[in-house]
Design a protein around this ligand. Sequence first.
Ligand SMILES: [Fe+2]
Length: 371
Amino acid sequence: MTDVVLPIVDLDVFLSQPSDSPTVMAECKKTAEALITYGALLLHDSRVSEEDNGVFLDLMEDYFALPEEELRKDERPELGYQVGVTLENTEKPKCAVDEPCLDVIARLEPSERPLDITAHNPDPKCRFFWKMSDSPPYETQFPGLNAPNVVPQVSSVHDKWTPIMEKWGQSMRNAVENLGEMAALGLGLPRETFKEAGRYGPHLLAPTASDLVKYGQEDTILAGFHTDLNFLTIHGRSRYPGLNIWARNTGKRIPVRFPTEGRYLLVQAGKQLEHLSGGLIKAGFHEVVVNKATLEAVERRKALNRPLIRISSTFFWHLSSDYALAPIPSLQKRARAISTESVRPEVQTIYEPMKVGHQVQNELKHIALMA
Ligand SMILES: [Fe+2]
């Protein structure tokens, strides 16, 4: 394990000054470098309220504490679980069944490896997908991934559900879209490059929930080692530690720690960004486990008489399903240069041109969410 602290990028700087000012450009460069080196960064955004995060986490804890038969009503397996709830033990960590991914683990020092996922057990986590997308003004080739949201019927959460999901989701969306603008500028691209490519993306507010009464043993895997299939993932502060990430250029396991005070979010690169950048930015591997810090948080939370459920307030930002995904030449060139200079040259991944919707369907097949 390591004490690496992730780079902190300040969105306030970007939003308060002209985008060609030296201070802003430096912050944008830092963003790009952080994504290239770590696949992740911490984002400071004063617009994001800790209170909104709290209200959201409370609602999620109350919802996931409901009886299973209540939650089942919100499942939509016929839509690949892309809206509504996914109950625990449905999603397999892709890595457990994927050769290149097991190879990534094998190349890590034993002390830096994730918890063993080869037993092929699906993750003991539930989650809810709440779409935060705008419908495209054109006929989409992928209507299945653009289906309407599910609002839980149970009266204790029904009325407040939509406003809370929308408020928190919009905060995440604004933050990640601005970060995308910073990343584009820092990579020498026009500011709007990524934001426009994801203008009609099927963005998802996607909280996950792990029952720490049932799965509270130390070293339990709540989400096995994997990368995300979307473009950028953004998280608010969780009430329980346990998220570990791996930075591509260090091979070290990094336990994610937020600064104790202030308005911070965690951003991680996903597969679509890896594809679009020709591998210059790699999708970041991560896992969620129960460790000593998680257990300490459980002890503290017990006094509050609340459901002991670990919520991760995750937002998946996607490129538009109909967007033609292919490496941007200038980034691909840089990726190749880095790879050639590297002491441990990586196997060259081929990023075939394809529609984003097809890339998503390919990924979902791997994790057993779509037949
Ligand atoms: Fe993930």
